[in-house]
Design a protein around this ligand. Structure first.
Ligand code: KG4
Ligand code: ZN
Length: 375
């Protein structure tokens, strides 16, 4: 109801598709309701996320079985909260979108079974969403940005550079040949006793430290492909830390600052390479936006470095707000809405997938495969 101070809205709202999104692929249980208008703009009506950090903290990483159980215990409640916050009933929805992969199978099954049941009971369309596509398209919801753009996806499970051409059309330019970047942050934090998740802890420690006191390698610098590698950097941190035992707070802070500097140098070199490859593939000036997605996008040092490299290449850097960079269901609902608008729906018989590359035809990066979905 309009309040007395607001004139009533007399223009007819464009037809909206209302989509419930569900995300359970890793250690966040999330549900969201998103509206997509016929002009292609999007609006978040509710976005509820429950992180499972406490359940996994004492293990220093995500334990798949514990994650799946935690999803079972709270998904219904999270969906109910999202529906109440959005003020809609199941009957008002047009579709249910759920992450069907890549991710941990137990968690994916919990989300998929729930989504199938809701779709069946309420006669809704069903969309099996690729989690990577959800990250890749988020900027359409937050900034109205349409493809083509270059995407750097950096999370605990993924490190990839992709040209996003359209919904369902991606070209992978590079990926990690070993650890994902978020994983390198998490393992560094664990090694230095900083807790889990490691990214924010390493960033906070680095803010009190000085890069340059120690020397860490800059992996893959100058290599012609746009791949990444972080396992060697992690090992170098371990050797350095062992040589300094017992570690003082200032040692940890300086180590973290040098780690962040090494990461930033390596990532901007790889992104510069991807920009050169993009120009060669697409033609100069065709792709003008660099989009950053995934949990590591929250890192301020990395964002500053990427804004610099983007400027140098004549690109504009776009980063969705932090709560939409880390895993959430609004991005899943939005990817579902984009698919629904193109008539791309799925049957009740779809299967979840631990591995599901966005660009299945891309040649494997050296060493890829060992780490499944990461590459
Ligand atoms: O996208 P996300 O929420 O979940 C995955 O799909 O993995 O990303 C989580 C990752 C974790 O590895 C976490 O340590 C990292 O993102 N991360 C950060 C920061 N905040 C979260 N890494 C570096 N700096 C941060 N401020
Ligand atoms: Zn993710």
């Amino acid at each position: 109801m309009p309040t007395p101070s607001q004139p009533p809205n007399t223009t007819a709202a464009p037809h909206q598709a209302l989509v419930l999104g569900i995300e359970t692929s890793c250690d966040e249980t999330a549900a969201a309701v998103v509206a997509r208008a016929s002009d292609g703009s999007g609006r978040i009506l509710a976005n509820v996320v429950r992180a499972q950090w406490e359940e996994h903290m004492s293990y220093g990483g995500v334990v798949p079985e514990i994650a799946a159980r935690a999803h079972v215990e709270c998904l219904d409640q999270i969906i109910a909260e999202a529906m109440a916050e959005a003020g809609v009933a199941f009957g008002d929805l047009d579709a249910v979108a759920v992450t069907a992969g890549p991710g941990l199978i137990g968690g994916l099954l919990v989300g998929a079974l729930t989504a199938k049941a809701i779709a069946l009971v309420h006669g809704l369309d069903l969309i099996a969403v690729n989690h990577l596509e959800a990250h890749a398209l988020t900027v359409g919801l937050t900034d109205g940005l349409r493809p083509p753009y270059l995407l750097l996806l950096v999370s605990g499970g993924h490190t990839q550079l992709l040209i996003v051409r359209d919904v369902g059309r991606y070209q992978r330019l590079g990926s990690t040949i070993d650890d994902a970047l978020g994983e390198a942050f998490d393992k560094t934090a664990k090694l230095l006793g900083l807790g889990f998740p490691g990214g924010p802890a390493v960033e906070a420690a680095a803010a009190r430290g000085r890069a340059g006191r120690f020397q860490l390698p800059r992996p893959m610098l100058g290599r012609p492909e746009a791949h990444f590698s972080f396992a060697g950097l992690k090992t170098a941190v371990r050797h350095l830390a062992l040589s300094l035992v017992p570690l003082r707070d200032q040692d940890i802070a300086d180590l973290c600052a040098e780690f962040e500097a090494a990461v930033a140098d390596s990532v901007i070199d790889r992104v510069g390479r991807a920009m050169a490859l993009t120009e060669a593939i697409e033609g100069p000036g065709r792709t003008r936006h660099l989009v950053l997605a995934g949990g590591v996008a929250a890192n301020a040092r990395l964002r500053t470095a990427l804004a610099d490299v983007a400027r140098r290449w004549g690109y504009q850097l776009k980063v969705p707000p932090p709560q939409l960079c880390t895993d959430n269901a609004a991005m899943v609902a939005w990817a579902g809405a984009e698919r629904l608008a193109r008539g791309l729906t799925d049957g009740l018989d779809f299967e979840v997938r631990a591995r599901w590359p966005l660009d299945p035809d891309a040649p494997a990066a050296l060493g890829a495969g060992k780490h499944g979905a990461k590459a």
